[in-house]
Design a protein around this ligand. Structure first.
Ligand code: CS2
Length: 497
């Protein structure tokens, strides 16, 4: 009888038996698929997938994951499926590297080519959770109203052709409609993106889209579907050859798609899952009634300082976050920014020690083993700046408080949009509003014009903020300093009281 040829040199389910030291537990029952995850990038694979694997080891259940790439990235699907959905998480801590093979991912689909298979999954009542990491821009929201953005070409297309939907609101509506039409229970929709009140934000985008299409469907979604909010946290850079080599050295077989990450991880989840969920708490997830304080603290402390470091570093020439915090004045600047300008705006439970949180963040950033590139964080500023930095600025201006360091962060973004670092190196601006932003920044020949041109972009700056004189003044001061070079501006702003 001919034997089937398997590639012994690459990670696959038949190589698992030899990898006992690199799985969480050799006891493993292959689960049926219970979660469809939209946006099968590195973050999900180092976060929810790992929590889910640990939950299933403690409490067996059918929570296997079907991961979906929404960009039609067939090569990503094929690379993962060639390895039967297996991949390794390469945890890089200051004390060394730990490689763990994750088994929870059972299938990978690419939209739009796999539409029929994806909708068969959505129709399967064993799928009880549809989770998402599609980044801020994936929600296609109107920044002013929070509804789906009906001027967005993808949303306009999906309203005309709901059976060929390609946006997140369009796909979720079509999937939920198929459940309703079949008289089946809906699935829970779980946003895992860095948006404030991410569950509510997604619910509004989906329901406003559904209301245009089919008001009865919108009513059904509003009353029947749960959209719990979550706060997710783990620093997960892009994969490099060094990660492939680390996985190979540990496993003895090749893994083309490992995921590097820091040892730290956190997941705070609003506990509203009418059709059940994995026992994520056994893996350390915190199931709470209200995620908002955790979510806002993470966005305003971690993500805000990440963006600040990224824009100042793109100008000053620091390549990674650990390089950036290795520059003492920059580290001081973000330390002081968290202490004096951000932490006082946060309303967290008494047990949440914000200064300890700040110090832990600085330690995480300094992790020399994690090469987290500033250019990766600098992407999509038009989506990231409002929840990360502008929300804190607005709160402080309302209270009549100073915003100098936050203004420097914002002016660094404006200056970054000119597409050139202080030493003349040119880079590309990767942002859904890139055309408008780079035109506004490129045409401005003075700090005043730069600030005015960018404040006029109402998708980023709501009118009350755009017209606040104290903001404009602080931005012009900071943009003027940045003209003299980011290093000099960092030095000066690290010294203010
Ligand atoms: C980062 C985040 O890329 C970015 O914008 O700020 O991905 C950050 O690493 C995660 O939110 C950490 O949990």
């Amino acid at each position: 009888m001919p034997t089937q040829m398997t590639d012994q040199s690459t990670l696959c389910r038949s190589s698992l038996a030899a990898l006992k030291a690199h799985v969480l537990s050799p006891e493993w029952r292959e689960p049926a698929i219970g979660i469809v995850h939209l946006g099968i990038g590195n973050f999900h694979r180092a976060h929810e997938a790992l929590y889910t694997e640990e939950a299933m080891l403690a409490q067996p259940g059918d929570w296997g994951i079907c991961g979906v790439t929404l960009q039609g990235d067939v090569s990503k699907r094929d690379a993962l499926m060639k390895q039967d959905g297996l991949y390794s998480v390469v945890e890089r801590g200051p004390d060394g590297v730990r490689v763990t093979v994750v088994r929870a991912l059972r299938e990978v689909l690419a939209m739009p080519v796999d539409r029929a298979r994806l909708f068969a999954r959505f129709a399967d009542e064993r799928v009880r959770i549809v989770s998402l990491t599609v980044t801020e821009k994936g929600y296609c929201r109107d920044p002013q109203t929070g509804d789906a953005d009906f001027t967005h070409p993808g949303i306009a297309h999906d309203l005309m052709h709901p059976d060929e939907a390609s946006t997140v609101p369009g796909i979720l509506c079509a999937a939920l409609k198929s459940r309703r039409d079949a008289g089946a229970a809906p699935f829970t929709v779980l946003s895992c993106d860095n948006l404030s009140h991410n569950g509510d934000a997604l619910r509004q985008a989906v329901c406003s889209f559904a209301r245009k299409l089919d008001p009865a469907l919108a009513d059904w979604i509003e009353t029947q579907v749960a959209f719990p909010s979550t706060m997710v946290d783990r620093i997960v850079p892009a994969t490099t050859d060094a990660d492939r080599e680390a996985a190979h050295a540990a496993l003895g077989v090749r893994d083309e798609v490992p995921v590097p990450c820091e040892p730290f991880r956190q997941w705070v989840i609003e506990d509203r899952f009418p059709c059940g969920r994995p026992a994520w708490e056994v893996a350390g997830a915190q199931l709470v009634d209200d995620v908002a304080p955790f979510e806002v603290a993470k966005l305003r402390m971690l993500n805000a300082t990440h963006s600040t470091l990224a824009y100042l570093s793109m100008l000053a020439g620091f390549e990674t976050i650990s390089d950036a915090v290795g520059h003492a004045p920059l580290r001081t600047l973000i330390h002081e920014m968290m202490t004096h300008e951000i932490a006082p705006t946060l309303n967290v439970p008494a047990s949440f020690d914000l200064l300890a949180y700040r110090d832990a963040l600085l330690d995480r950033y300094a992790n020399p083993a994690l090469s987290h590139r500033c250019a990766q964080i600098a992407m999509d500023g038009s989506q990231k700046m409002p929840p990360r930095i502008l929300s804190t600025i607005a709160a402080r201006l309302d209270a009549g408080q100073p915003i100098e360091r936050l203004a420097l962060a914002t002016a660094a973004w404006f200056t970054f949009l000119r597409g050139q670092s202080d030493d003349g190196t040119r880079y590309r601006i990767d942002d859904p509003l890139a055309e408008r932003l780079t035109k506004a920044a490129g045409d401005a020949d003075t700090p005043e014009r730069l600030v005015d041109a960018l404040l006029a972009i109402s998708d980023v700056f709501p009118p009350a903020l755009a017209h606040h004189p104290a903001l404009r003044d602080a931005l012009i001061r900071a943009a003027t300093k940045l003209r003299g070079g980011a290093l000099a501006a960092i030095a000066e702003y690290s010294r203010i009281d």
